[in-house]
Design a protein around this ligand. Sequence first.
Ligand code: A4P
Ligand code: MG
Length: 175
Amino acid sequence: MLKDSQPQTAPAARVVLGLGANLGDPAAMLREVLGEIDALAQTRVVKTSPFYRTAPVESSGPDYVNAVCVIETRLSAGALLDALQALENAHGRVRPAGVVNAPRTLDLDILLWGRARIQSARLTVPHPRMHLRAFVLAPLIDVLPDCEIPGFGRADALLAQIHDQRIERMRGEQA
Ligand code: A4P
Ligand code: MG
């Protein structure tokens, strides 16, 4: 159920978000932003994965902390992306010109939107690289053990094919 005070204008979508950070205090950042996502209009967090410490993949800087959460939202995909980017910016995310996958205080990605496939100028869902990344697939399986990624297959089978990415579940670190 969504918050009572919200207008019941559209059916709630079940959406999976990816969270990542590798600057500042990443675990504290993720805990804080989970509360802020839950406070977004017409949105609530229904499940959060454990946190993982992960080696940068095609990126640089310190280890990341990664997690995923399941939300229910009545926002449109574009409105949710706007809200997530506003949170990234509010937490000091900078995007240095010409640097791909620069270290970041906070990255919020829309991984899955129900079973939908979305392709627009601003948004590709499922996230186009999620099936290649242990730091996404491991926490995804924690919250949705039978998860099937549209167009790519079962998350557990995809994770079993990845052998060269270091990830470690963080003890006692969960939202
Ligand atoms: N965009 C398109 N589709 C989406 C989507 N499904 N969710 C567009 C969110 N945004 C989406 O994103 C650039 C543009 O992608 C946005 O303006 C949006 O319109 P960005 O967040 O500014 O840039 P980014 O984070 O560098 O891109 P992206 O796609 O999130 O990068 P990746 O490929 O996810 O890589 N290693 C570890 N261990 N942990 C990490 O979290 N993250 C990355 C980022 C690389 N290596 C990592 C990690
Ligand atoms: Mg991103």
